[in-house]
Design a protein around this ligand. Structure first.
Ligand SMILES: [Zn+2]
Length: 253
């Protein structure tokens, strides 16, 4: 399984528009973060988790040739606003399967009504095949995916486990019963926004405590704000098996 971090930034990305914060002005490529998304390549299939506003740029950057499914964590703009740009994949492949909670599908239907239209549809608009997922394992192309229920303040969010890999973003809290699903992971990806506490995201300290509890072989932090500091400085204070993810990072599991 190959994982590509397409984006590792929080909702505004880094640099933030118009910001003169030192991290936003950094020359280090690892301090440039598009909105969060990962590409999972497994058994010849390519799965995308989330499809945010930087999707087009991310697809061009990683040279992705096909998308076999999009899995959505939740409906916030930084996770969904790239859907229109699936057009080149739709023209080549046909309807693109999307997997999400029914509330998220409802939100997508509202935001992208023309994509879900069945009559008098504009010919250039893409079409998706929506699959509603509940908090139960589901199968895509013979591959089992286990949803992990998280809370982002009061909003339900899904994380996903695929074999020994789990991807959790926009989490603030998680129930013990969901943590049980994260045993024996080789790689855990989890959000860590910044040093200071935040009402709907884990900060660095909370993320490190959570990683200790889950005890994966390795962990990568994502959904990072410029307030976290320079990539190079933060990496130095992390435990040996924990890393800050950065855009374009690829790992093989
Ligand atoms: Zn987010």
């Amino acid at each position: 399984m190959k994982i590509t971090f397409l984006g590792t930034g929080t909702s505004q990305g880094i640099p933030v528009i118009g910001s003169s914060h030192p991290v936003c002005l950094s020359k280090d490529k690892k301090d440039k973060r598009l909105r969060v998304s990962v590409l999972i390549e497994l058994n010849g299939y390519s799965y995308l988790i989330d499809c945010g506003p930087d999707f087009r740029q991310q697809m061009l950057r990683c040279g992705c040739k096909k998308i076999d499914a999009i899995l959505y964590t939740h409906e916030h703009s930084d996770h969904v606003m790239g859907l229109d740009d699936i057009r080149p994949f739709y023209f080549k492949q046909g309807d693109i399967p999307i997997y999400a909670h029914k509330r998220v599908i409802k939100s997508l239907k509202k935001r992208f009504d023309y994509i879900f239209k069945t009559v008098n549809k504009y010919p250039g608009a893409p079409t998706v095949s929506p699959y509603i997922i509940k908090n139960k394992p589901f199968v895509i192309n013979n591959q089992e995916i286990i949803p992990i229920k998280l809370k982002h303040l009061d909003l339900q969010v899904f994380g996903f486990r695929c074999n020994d890999f789990a991807y959790l973003t926009d989490m603030k809290t998680i129930k013990d019963i969901e943590v049980e699903k994260l045993k024996n992971l080789k790689v855990l990806v989890v959000n860590a926004l910044r040093m200071e506490p935040h009402y709907s995201h884990l900060n660095l300290e909370e993320a490190l405590q959570f990683i200790k509890r889950v005890n994966p072989e390795k962990a990568y932090l994502t959904h990072i704000s410029h307030m976290m500091g320079f990539h190079e400085d933060v990496e130095k204070v992390l435990p040996n098996n924990v890393f800050l993810a950065y855009d374009n990072l690829q790992i093989t599991i």
